[in-house]
Design a protein around this ligand. Sequence first.
Ligand code: ZN
Length: 273
Amino acid sequence: MEKLVITVAVTGSLPTRTKTPYVPITPEEIVAAGVRCEQAGAAVIHVHARNPKDESPSTEFRLFEEICQGLRERTRLIVQISTGGRAGMAYEQRSDRLALRPEMASLTTGSVNFPDTVYANSPELIERLARDMKAYGIKPEMEIFDVSMVRNAVELAERGLADPPLHFDFVLGLKGAIPATIENLVHLKNALPPGSTWTAAGIGAAQLPMNVHALLTGGHVRVGLEDNIYFRKGELAPNERFVERMVRLAAEFGRGVATPDEARRILSLKPPA
Ligand code: ZN
């Protein structure tokens, strides 16, 4: 089994300071969280930006730029920028940040109902984002909320819009999307083309069981406050504690944890410039 690649999704679009004091909001806080998570054992950081004034999700290029620069200066982490639509659904609002040429970016290959809205990803939008990523040499992480999205991602590769081996992130347990069961995770994993890599993310209390199943079956894991703010029932914790727990569990099961550079090889990334 390959070493475990730990992705940390430190901020996301939803958790606010009133929900948890630990969520990093400003670029400086996000970079500092990245530094601590790298020390704890993370290899990839999944990045959203927030408006520092009111904590709302932001599409502002300058914020993404500040975060990317800080992470590049102070860590070896693989930076994965979200192209998610909570801050703004339009192509223009989701694509300009790709000009920062992060090593990875998320790409959701289908639409799904979020609890409060339709998360709309039209075939045209997906294709345009995929073309941009390919042009910039950015590896997409296919964000999979349902099994049809796996097929859509494979079709992008068949059409030459994404280069195999593909990398997938299964997001299970979000209300409106695929429920977080072991059977569903196995089904998603079995739908992948040979040679693919995959990460499991679970929402809320599903985070730990989905992570552990991935740990045991050769997948990789995503932790962090974007998906889950509770370390255990009623107990909030900072991002790095979630990373530390996965490192401990991996050690218990005899699986090594990948450094950022080992993760670059495992995920078939082009060496950074
Ligand atoms: Zn995200």
